[in-house]
Design a protein around this ligand. Structure first.
Ligand code: HEC
Ligand code: HEC
Ligand code: HEC
Length: 132
C-alpha cells in the first residue's frame, strides 16, 4: 500500500532468504535499509542499520547495550579524559565516519566469542577506549 515503507521490504527479504533466493533477499534488504535511512532519522552507519534490522531491541536502551552513533574522534578531540586517542587503539576497532557502530566491536566473520573484533577477556576491548 505504501511503496516507501521499509517494513514490507524487510519482510519480503526474510521470505526470499527462507526460499534461498539470495540475490532477491539482498536486493530487498538493501531497499528496506535505504528507505529506513532516508525516511527515518538514523544518523547511524549502514552496517549498524543492517544489524538492527534483526536485533531491533538493541536500540531500546536494553541492559548490556552500548551507545552507538557517537563520534569517537569528536569525543577524544573535546579532550574527554576518560578515553584513549583513536590512533592508539587496536587496529581491529573500526569507526564509521568517525562514529561508533555495531561494527566497531563486532565482525560477522570473527572467531571470537559474540563475534567480537577482539577478545574482551579482562575487559580488554572496553579498556582499548575507556581509561579506568
Ligand atoms: C537476518 C537477521 C540478522 C541480522 C541481519 C544480524 N543478526 Fe545477529 N543474530 C541473529 C540471530 C537470529 C541470532 C541468534 C540469536 C540467538 O541465538 O538467540 C543472532 C546472534 C547474534 C550474536 C550473538 C552470537 C553469539 O555468538 O552469541 C551477535 C553478537 C550478533 N548476532 C551480532 C550481529 C551484528 C553485529 C550484526 C550486523 C553485522 C547482526 N548480528 C546482524 C540475526 C541477525
Ligand atoms: C562498544 C562495543 C560494542 C558495540 C558498539 C556493540 N556491541 Fe554488541 N556486544 C559487545 C560485547 C562486549 C558483547 C558480549 C556481551 C557479554 O558477553 O556480556 C556483545 C554482545 C552482543 C550480542 C549478544 C547478546 C547476548 O545477549 O548474547 C548481540 C546480539 C550484539 N552484541 C549485537 C550488537 C548490535 C546489533 C550492535 C549495534 C547496534 C552492537 N552489538 C554494538 C560489544 C559491543
Ligand atoms: C571504540 C571505543 C569504545 C569501546 C571499545 C567501548 N566504549 Fe564504552 N563508550 C565509548 C564512548 C565514546 C562513550 C561515550 C558515549 C557518550 O558520549 O555518550 C562510551 C560510553 C559508555 C557507557 C555509557 C556511560 C558513559 O560513560 O557515558 C558505558 C556504560 C560504556 N561505554 C561501557 C563500555 C563497556 C562495558 C565496554 C566494553 C564492552 C565499552 N564501553 C567499550 C567508547 C567505547
Amino acid at each position: 500500500m505504501d511503496p516507501d515503507s521499509s517494513e514490507p521490504h524487510h519482510g519480503l527479504s526474510i521470505f526470499y532468504k527462507k526460499l534461498s533466493s539470495k540475490t532477491e533477499a539482498i536486493e530487498t534488504l538493501n531497499r528496506s535499509i535505504g528507505l529506513r535511512v532516508t525516511k527515518g532519522n538514523y544518523s547511524i552507519d549502514l552496517y549498524s542499520v543492517q544489524c538492527i534490522e534483526c536485533h531491533k531491541d538493541y536500540l531500546a536502551d536494553s541492559e548490556g547495550s552500548h551507545p552507538i552513533g557517537i563520534s569517537y574522534t569528536k569525543t577524544t578531540l573535546k579532550g574527554s579524559k576518560g578515553y584513549n586517542l583513536p590512533i592508539s587503539l587496536n587496529r581491529a576497532i573500526r569507526f564509521f565516519n568517525g562514529k561508533i557502530g555495531c561494527g566497531t566491536c563486532h565482525k560477522v566473520d570473527s572467531k571470537e566469542k559474540s563475534m567480537l573484533v577482539m577478545t574482551n577477556n579482562k575487559d580488554l576491548l572496553c579498556s582499548e577506549c575507556h581509561i579506568k
